[in-house]
Design a protein around this ligand. Structure first.
Ligand code: IDP
Length: 143
């Protein structure tokens, strides 16, 4: 096995995860994998923060419903640290659409299939080292 650099990623427990009391279950999966929680805060995200966070999706048909959903209740922002945690957390999260996510993943095991919208998929995880740095700066600036 080759050594890999320790990375940090930004995880969000989205409003559906908070409303369904799944914060603990999601954190337990992150910690069980061996990742360290290095920062954690529950807050309500405003439109400005979400516009920056989802800048790559501005103009897409699902952008406004996504932002409305993400500001509909508290989210938990988490910085997790570990070897290959960026890729590793995305594997733990599973496919974007919970109806396609594999069993064993957060979205596959806990995501619901009750005609919910794709945006209600419980968690966000940064998709690259560049995104992780940018997103951690957005959510935890000045901390
Ligand atoms: P990811 O969260 O799996 O990385 P992205 O493609 O970055 O997925 O999309 C960001 C978020 O936007 C998704 O988690 C989901 O909440 C929402 N989203 C993505 N595609 C759609 C769609 O086709 N319809 C509705 N919401 C979507």
């Amino acid at each position: 096995m080759t050594d890999t650099a320790v990375e940090r990623t930004l995880i969000l427990v989205k409003p559906d995860g908070v409303a369904r009391n799944l914060i603990g279950q999601i954190l337990a999966r992150v910690e069980a994998k061996g990742y360290r929680i290095v920062a954690l805060e529950q807050r309500i995200a405003d439109a400005d923060l979400l516009a920056q966070h989802y800048a790559e999706h501005v103009g897409k048909p699902f952008y406004q419903p996504l932002v409305d959903f993400m500001s509909s209740g508290p989210v938990v922002a988490i910085v997790a640290e570990g070897h290959r945690v960026i890729e590793g957390f995305r594997a733990l999260a599973g496919a974007t659409d919970p109806t396609r996510a594999q069993p064993g993943t957060i979205r596959g095991d806990l995501g619901r299939d009750w005609g919910l919208k794709v945006q209600q998929n419980l968690v966000h995880g940064s998709d690259s080292p560049e995104s992780a740095e940018r997103e951690i700066g957005l959510w935890f600036s000045g901390r």
